[in-house]
Design a binder for this molecule. Structure first.
Ligand code: ADP
Ligand code: ZN
Length: 609
């Protein structure tokens, strides 16, 4: 879509131009005109010209003498001297005594033209502009030189606009929004039955899942203008500006109806008003104005407001009540099929080899958002270019997933031989514990090449399918797998390192969730001890229990992790020879695939039997 900025210029701009023109005229042009016409000469020249009888008209003033030559072509000027016989001599020279040779205006007229007139023009123009501004922004707040304008970006529908087909996956969201498109196409169908469209639709979901894209696609499908503004753009330094921006935005939208107004990050203005003293006045005023505007227009006037947020829980209830943003469309992270579709959409923009299996890539990229998938495709293309190739191979895509997950490879990281050995055992420890438990995701790849994110190596496990539910056993196994790295170090080297910090963090989080949120302990049964406050951004939790219970929870969490850690140690001890062989193999090759790993594991098992 083409982006067209609104062409209006602030009032101060017009004032500036008028002032500049007047100044230029008075200071440069006017003196220039005068000096061209009147030539200043000394008294001697004047007397000489009298002697030569070369004087036409003459005018003697109090302080100066203005005269012309015989032909009257050139006007001269000179100072006045105490010269008693001047008049006689001029008379004999045949001069004509006149007045106002230079054609000067009367002082009154010149005063009028140079002072009164500009002021009048200035005032009239100012009045006119102010009136225009007032009607535009609809209030006296906007008097402050155009700062209350919405500056909304207007996307004029064009043939290259985004359509639903460009947004892969997200079928539920699209279905939901298709109704709005249909309404914009044919409002009669709805008004005839007496149905009115929701005025506002809230798109909620984690960042990068395509909320902006969906909003644009609605406008694209319906072929209507698209106004876009971010919530944070409303909140300005001056109180009242945000409110007048809201007014201006809605006024523009109503003129262009039917149209889509998109407010990104609406939580920036729509946060709960908490009534605390010294709260953010400006934000509240802006929010109030938004609420007023939404109440102000009829349900069926063709302006549909779409808003996006990734913190729906923080929105003011007034904003989400019926008649305002009463429809909520979840835009979740894509599932396996969705990820594959998104990869394919973006892969159209690059040259990919025929045999790239996007299904596998999608499986490896579990938990990524649409934006991250788009980034993965682009990273892969960049990698191909770096290697001097013209097509993108599957290996490029695999590597770029790792880049997105763990950062770039550290080419010249210094790791001592002993450290490398520890890391090899650590990673095999994870992989082996995972493989030895039945309910674990298969290992896809193990590597001990350090990454820029600080990871010294990692074991990539990939679920065969998307998992919606996790059993208690699966969660426990996951914790055991996480402790597997440290367990291998303990077993083999008899000492422990800092390398397990990330594992520890994750294991603790899981165990904690099992106790406080999933009701998986006998002690607490099905009581929620924690609630998620921030579902789409990291999932922070807040504790809701007494201090005594907290103690109990902590004890239970430690117990859960400890049990799994012991299990991991036991499993590894039982398969010590396999642990050694696999670690040695990884140490030599640095990166091994899941199938290589499984082959060695099964070979050994077969030989042992
Ligand atoms: P949000 O507004 O939810 O943060 P955006 O709509 O800005 O996310 O998406 C960012 C980018 O991610 C898009 O420009 C697009 O390239 C990619 N993207 C996200 N979701 C999808 C999807 N479902 N299909 C195709 N591309 C997507
Ligand atoms: Zn680890």
């Amino acid at each position: 879509m083409k982006e067209v900025k609104s062409p209006k210029k602030p009032l101060i701009y017009y004032y500036g131009i008028v002032l500049l023109v007047i100044l230029v005229f008075n200071m440069v042009v006017a003196p220039l005109l005068e000096t061209h016409r009147v030539k200043e000469v000394d008294y001697g020249t004047f007397m000489k010209m009298i002697e030569e009888k070369n004087i036409g008209n003459v005018e003697v003033d109090d302080s100066e003498i203005v005269f012309t030559d015989k032909d009257g072509q050139q006007i001269y000027k000179t100072g006045k001297m105490d010269d008693a016989t001047l008049t006689d001599r001029l008379y004999t020279a045949g001069a004509t005594f006149t007045r106002n040779i230079t054609g000067e205006m009367s002082p009154l007229l010149s005063f009028f033209l140079s002072v009164i007139l500009p002021i009048a023009i200035f005032a009239i123009l100012g009045q006119y502009m102010a009136k225009k501004m007032m009607s535009q922004a609809g209030g006296p707040n906007a008097m402050t030189f155009g700062m209350g304008k919405s500056n909304a970006k207007v996307y004029v529908p064009s043939s290259d606009g985004i359509r639903f087909a460009d947004v892969a996956g997200e079928d539920e969201a699209k279905e939901n929004l298709a109704e709005i498109v249909d309404y914009l196409h044919n409002p009669r169908k709805y008004t005839d039955v007496g149905a009115s469209m929701p005025k506002g639709v809230l798109l909620v979901g984690p960042p990068g899942t395509g909320k902006t894209m969906l909003a644009k696609a609605v406008a694209g499908e319906a072929g209507v203008p698209f106004f876009s503004m971010s919530g944070s753009e409303f909140v300005e330094m001056f109180v009242g500006m945000g409110a007048s921006k809201v007014r201006d935005l809605f006024k523009q939208a109503k003129e262009k109806a039917p149209c889509i107004v998109f407010i990104d990050e609406i939580d920036a203005i729509g946060k709960k008003r908490d009534g605390q003293i010294g709260g953010n006045d400006e934000r509240e005023q802006t929010l109030n104005q938004l609420l007023t505007e939404m109440d102000g227009f009829e349900g069926n006037n063709g302006v549909i407001i779409l808003a996006a947020t990734n913190r729906p829980e923080s929105l003011d209830p007034a904003l989400t009540r019926p008649g305002r943003f009463d429809r909520r469309v979840p835009v979740e992270l894509p599932d396996l099929a969705g990820r594959e579709a998104i990869l394919k959409v973006h892969a159209k923009k690059i040259k990919a080899a025929e045999d790239v299996d996007f299904h596998t890539i999608a499986r490896m990229a579990a938990g990524t958002s649409g934006a991250e998938l788009a980034n993965i495709i682009n990273e892969a293309a960049l990698r191909a270019v770096r290697d001097g190739r013209t097509v993108v191979k599957e290996a490029d895509l695999e590597e770029s997933i790792e880049v997105v997950i763990a950062g770039y490879q550290k080419k010249n990281a210094i790791m001592t031989d002993a450290e490398k050995k520890v890391v090899a055992y650590h990673e095999i420890g994870h992989a082996l514990v995972a493989a030895l438990q039945t309910e674990s995701a298969p290992v896809q790849k193990i590597t001990i090449i350090p990454r820029t994110s600080g990871a010294l190596g990692y074991t990539m496990q990939v679920e065969q399918n998307d998992k919606v539910l996790m059993t208690k056993e699966e969660l426990e196994n996951k914790i055991a797998t996480l402790t597997g790295g440290r367990a291998a170090e303990e077993l083999v080297f008899g000492q422990i390192t800092t390398g397990a910090s990330n594992d520890i963090e994750q294991a603790t989080k899981l165990a904690r969730a099992m106790v406080t949120r999933y009701g998986m302990t006998d002690e607490f049964d099905m009581v929620a001890m924690e609630t998620v406050t921030n579902q789409y951004l990291g999932g922070d939790t807040s504790l809701a229990c007494s201090a005594d219970t907290q103690k109990e929870i902590d004890k239970k969490v430690v117990e859960t992790v400890k049990t799994q850690h012991e299990k991991a140690r036991r499993l590894l001890a039982e398969h010590r020879s396999k642990l050694d062989e696999l670690a040695r193999y990884l140490y030599e090759k640095e990166t091994i695939t899941g199938s290589e790993f499984m082959k060695i594991l099964q070979e050994k098992e077969g030989a042992a039997k």
